[in-house]
Design a protein around this ligand. Structure first.
Ligand SMILES: N[C@@H](Cc1c[nH]c[nH+]1)C(=O)O
Length: 376
């Protein structure tokens, strides 16, 4: 198949559902993509400064601008479910030397439908139908659910500051492991206390001074404000007694969940049972029902699908089901299809003026071609 035929084949699958074709704004103000991209994507945003000195980005995906459009539509008083489809360009600095900076995503976004395991399965099955239409049948997939970790943290009954620190750490790659590995050092806690006592600007200056004094360079993609917030949260949790030993065991076990799709229910409920945790039935039931619905719709998932609890941080807008599909010789940094649920995004983008569930997924035709070539 030629690249055009692949785009056409995938587009036809999404168009058949009656979704409306769109091609929203290419250029976005940087604040929203910066805030809603996980660390891995954030480091890859194509950022530039416009003629007025505003920091802008080329859209790193289509979900953000499409959800922005939908948030405006809903906030202006229109309502009811809506679905969009696109075959459009997105821009990210390459994840590996053979990845392009500009690429097409063929996908869909659905808003305002019921947020249920069956809808999750339906959205996943639609993406896989597009993958199949592109001539790929020997794929594997990984799924996760971003609501599982916070639910386990809540079930542990920890102090509020400790619980929010853990939920926040979960959003960063390796964050929980780092947190569980050790309490913050005394100088870190002292610095956090000192920063807590200052107004935000003064705190930022004091923080940069502290780095300079210790000759520590600013690296990575987190902003000074975020680093300060993180430090303060760590110190507050340490002041509240830190993460107790039994909670460490539970979270360690949860972080280790990496099982075949049919084993998911047992993996999660086994941890809850072993540690006498209550209040997890509804989240575990939802995950279980979803896996069943997915296997009903796409039977290959029973052997080619895995569930990983720590999975899915490319974008911080995801808050439920997430998945990636891989094929051929391409590794996990180069999925051929991705998607997930983001029920809080419309409320976030509209400042609470509108609310709607959201779910969607995309196929990457350039990677489909490479996956096909790598097995040919
Ligand atoms: N925008 C996501 C895929 C997606 C679409 N809708 C939901 N998720 C990505 O680029 O990885």
């Amino acid at each position: 198949m030629t690249p055009e035929q692949i785009v056409e084949a995938a587009s036809a699958v999404f168009a058949q559902t009656g979704a409306r074709p769109v091609d929203p704004a290419y250029v976005l103000a940087s604040d929203i993509p910066l805030e809603l991209s996980g660390e891995a994507v954030r480091a890859r945003l194509c950022v530039f400064t416009d003629h007025r000195g505003n920091e802008m980005v080329m859209r790193p995906d289509l979900t953000l601008p499409v959800a922005g459009m939908e948030a405006e539509r809903l906030a202006s008083g229109r309502n009811g479910p809506e679905a969009y489809t696109y075959a459009a360009r997105a821009f990210r600095l390459p994840a590996s030397p053979d990845d392009p900076m500009e690429f097409t995503q063929v996908g869909f976004e659905r808003f305002g439908r019921e947020s249920s395991p069956d809808e999750d399965a339906d959205a996943f099955a639609l993406v896989q139908a597009a993958v199949a239409a592109c001539g790929i049948d020997n794929w594997r997939m990984v799924m996760g659910d971003l609501s599982v970790f916070p639910a386990f943290v809540d079930a542990l009954g920890l102090h509020g500051v400790t619980a929010s620190l853990l939920k926040r750490a979960f959003r960063q790659e390796g964050g929980v492991a780092e947190l569980l590995a050790g309490a913050p050092s005394a100088p870190e806690v002292d610095l956090a206390h000192q920063l807590s006592a200052s107004a935000p600007e003064a705190a930022a200056l004091a923080f940069l001074d502290a780095l300079r004094e210790r000759s520590i360079p600013m690296i990575g993609t987190r902003s000074v404000t975020e680093i300060i917030e993180g430090l303060k949260a760590k110190a507050a949790a340490a002041d509240a007694g830190g993460v107790p030993e039994d909670a460490r065991k539970v979270l360690g076990a949860l972080a280790g969940v990496n099982c075949s799709a049919p084993e998911t229910a047992e993996a999660l409920s086994g941890i809850a049972r072993a540690h006498g945790l209550r209040g997890l039935d509804s989240v575990i039931e939802r995950v279980t029902r979803r896996v069943e619905a997915i296997i009903d719709a796409v039977p290959r998932v029973a052997e080619a699908g895995r569930f990983r609890s720590g999975f899915g941080r490319r974008f911080t807008y995801y808050d439920g089901f997430v998945f990636e599909t891989y094929a051929g010789g391409l590794g996990e940094r180069q999925p051929i299809a991705t998607g997930g649920r983001y029920d809080g995004l419309i409320a976030g983008l509209s400042g609470g003026r509108a609310r709607a569930s959201g779910i969607g997924g995309v196929v990457r035709p350039d990677r489909v071609i490479r996956a096909r070539e790598s097995v040919a």
